[in-house]
Design a protein around this ligand. Structure first.
Ligand SMILES: [Zn+2]
Length: 79
C-alpha cells in the first residue's frame, strides 16, 4: 500500500515539474526572454551578476561578493 502511494506521489511530482519547466520554456520563448536551466553544480554564486565574470575561489565565509573585473560588490545571496 505504501509503495503504491509513494509511486503515485512520485509520478505526480515529476509531472508537475515537467509541466512547470515546459511552461517556463514556453513563456520565456513567447516573451523573448532568455531562460537558463542550471543544474545543481552551476556556479551561480561565483558569477558576477553585473558583468558575468567568474570568480575562481569563493569560500563560504565570504558573504560579500566582490568582482575583481568590474568592482561590483553585492551580498552573495543577492548576486
Ligand atoms: Zn563583475
Amino acid at each position: 500500500m505504501f509503495l503504491a502511494c509513494y509511486q503515485t506521489v512520485s509520478f505526480v511530482v515529476r509531472c508537475f515539474f515537467y509541466e512547470f519547466r515546459r511552461q517556463l520554456e514556453y513563456k520565456s520563448k513567447y516573451n523573448g526572454n532568455y531562460l537558463l536551466i542550471a543544474d545543481r553544480w552551476f556556479p551561480s554564486s561565483k558569477i558576477c551578476s553585473k558583468c558575468g565574470d567568474k570568480k575562481q575561489d569563493l569560500s563560504l565565509n565570504e558573504r560579500i561578493f566582490k568582482c575583481v573585473y568590474c568592482g561590483h560588490e553585492i551580498d552573495r545571496d543577492l548576486n
